[in-house]
Design a protein around this ligand. Structure first.
Ligand code: GLA
Length: 527
């Protein structure tokens, strides 16, 4: 029998060499190991409390599994910053198991499957989908768990009155955000270096002004309940002063829940206090991410929950851009503006790949154009341009699409190390001008034939920005028809990536568009 090495006891008597060298001993050892393996195959020794704790500069993020194994059945619950969640359909096979967790995802029940494996004295747990972090848990007790503690009753807030407009974000915010490339590696030093870079490389002059710290800056609260930074950010006010001294602005992140999505301290029951702290630090932008708020609020209270922070920010008197991050659920774009939001996420998180980006940009923004306008924007998530998971052609498509969508242009890459090709994408001033057009009209899809799509937005000077997209696997000819775009008469055509004029027409314009590529045009009526 081929016995997994980790089932061998530590004693040298059972080392594989010893087994080979002595026949009676081999016989005995094999019998012993077979019995050992058979026992493990019947029921892995999973019962108990398993724990993983991530230390991140003075704050912790914990996940526990409280398990009970009986023959091949596994029961118990998982406990994390998402609350306590019962394990369902737990099945043990040898030293591995599978179970499901059913979650109420804003009114829709979704089932997530997990796979666990016992390896020596640790338990490895990963989502069966293959997406997501693998956790390494250690046993802290062998006691079988008691019943899962009941969750606290959810708070329902009364509908809030509209929050007045703060006068900001007349065009979509531009800048940089730490999350996509750095996640928990964001620090004071990174923010300073990024700000320095944005001055030196001309990005500030091109309009990128917000330098936004995403999740994982948060420390504990002090005795008065004031939020503190963790050790990565020794002095937030000094950092804001530094960023301001460069003519840039500083953004920060929190959640209406008790914990942020990365498990750090959220603003639950400290909304006004936190808004005052941000204002005292001279913060210019807040991204407010729903995360664990579902644990404490009935999610139908979401607009009121967001209005609460909207009001709190307004009450500080400091101009702070308010970015809602609630993934577009509960028709977020319909009420984002009324709770004081300057922008609101319309989907779940973007990933640095073609499938994610093109699905978010080309499929999930349909029907949302009516909610965008000066001061209030749909947010299809931060840019992945330059993070390495897409080709330059795909990144050009990404940047063109976000500009047509009047989306916030928040670069998400390491600005200190950018290739010339990526830099040219982020700095294409003709494309940025489309995004920043003062009319603030988001593009709509005006034609689609299979994988070929035409998107168009009217611009303040009466012209149109038009994107010819090809989602297919080979080059395709895409045609923009004046009748579909709403252009009458003759129009001059300019290619915004080639920086070249392409003549004029009174009916249509066609171009060969590479696979996953774009041809981005400006159509200007000829008088
Ligand atoms: C959520 C948001 C992301 C990022 C992370 C941080 O997933 O959607 O944009 O802010 O949380 O934890």
């Amino acid at each position: 029998m081929d016995c997994p090495h980790f089932l061998l006891p530590a004693s040298p008597i059972f080392s594989p060499d010893k087994i080979k060298s002595s026949f009676p001993m081999k016989h005995f050892a094999l019998a012993f190991l077979t019995a050992l393996f058979a026992h493990a195959a019947m029921a892995g020794d999973f019962t108990g409390h398993w724990l993983v704790r991530f230390n991140a500069d003075g704050t912790t993020r914990e996940t526990s599994l409280y398990l009970k194994a009986a023959n091949d059945q596994l029961t118990g619950y998982m406990s994390s910053h998402q609350g306590n969640e019962a394990i369902q359909d737990g099945k043990i096979t040898g030293n591995t198991f599978t179970f499901s967790i059913v979650r109420d995802n804003f009114g829709e029940l979704t089932t997530s499957k997990y796979i666990g494996e016992l390896k020596e004295d640790t338990l490895l747990l990963k989502p069966a989908s293959g997406h997501g972090r693998e956790l390494t848990l250690k046993r802290v007790s062998s006691e079988p768990p008691g019943p899962m503690p009941a969750p606290p009753a959810k708070i329902s807030l009364p509908a809030a009155s509209p929050v007045s407009y703060n006068g900001l974000a007349k065009t979509p915010p531009m800048g940089w955000n730490s999350w996509n490339e750095f996640a928990n590696k964001v620090s004071d030093q990174l923010i300073r270096e990024t700000a320095d870079t944005m001055i030196k490389n001309g990005m500030k002059d091109a309009g990128y002004v917000y330098v936004n710290i995403d999740d994982t800056w948060e420390g504990q609260r002090d005795a008065q309940g004031n939020i503190q930074t963790n050790s990565k950010f020794p002095n937030m006010k000094a950092l804001a002063d530094y960023v301001h001294s460069k003519g840039l602005k500083l953004g920060i992140y929190s959640s209406p829940g008790p914990k942020t999505c990365a498990g750090f301290e959220g603003s639950f029951q400290h909304e006004e206090q936190d808004a005052k702290t941000y204002a005292a630090w001279d913060i210019d932008y807040l991204k407010y991410d729903w995360c664990s708020a579902s644990q404490v609020y009935d999610y139908h209270s979401m607009p009121a929950v967001y209005a609460k922070m909207g009001e709190a920010l307004r009450a500080t008197g400091r101009p702070i851009v308010y970015s809602l991050c609630q993934y577009g659920v509960l028709h977020g774009p319909q009420w984002g503006e009324s709770v004081g939001g300057n922008l609101w996420r319309t989907t779940g998180d973007i990933s640095d790949n073609w499938k994610s980006m093109s699905h978010i940009g080309l499929d999930l923004q349909l029907g949302l154009a009516q909610y965008a306008g000066p001061g209030h924007w749909n947010d299809p998530d931060m840019l992945e341009v330059g993070n390495g998971g897409m080709t330059e052609t795909e990144y050009r498509t990404h940047f063109s699409l976000w500009s047509l969508l009047a989306a916030p242009l928040l670069a998400g890459n390491d600005l200190r190390h950018v290739s010339p090709a990526i830099f040219d994408i982020l700095m294409n001033k003709e494309v940025i001008a489309v995004d920043q057009d003062p009319l603030g009209k988001q593009a709509t899809r005006v034609a689609k034939e299979g994988d070929l799509e035409v998107w168009s937005r009217p611009l303040a000077d009466g012209s149109h920005a038009v994107g010819l997209f090809n989602r297919g696997a080979s080059t395709g000819k895409v045609t923009a028809r004046w009748s579909e775009i709403g252009v009458s008469g003759s129009a001059r055509v300019r290619d915004l990536w080639a920086h070249a004029d392409r003549g004029q027409s009174s009916t249509e314009f066609s171009a060969e568009v590479p696979s996953h590529g774009v041809v981005l045009l400006k159509m200007e009526a000829v008088q």
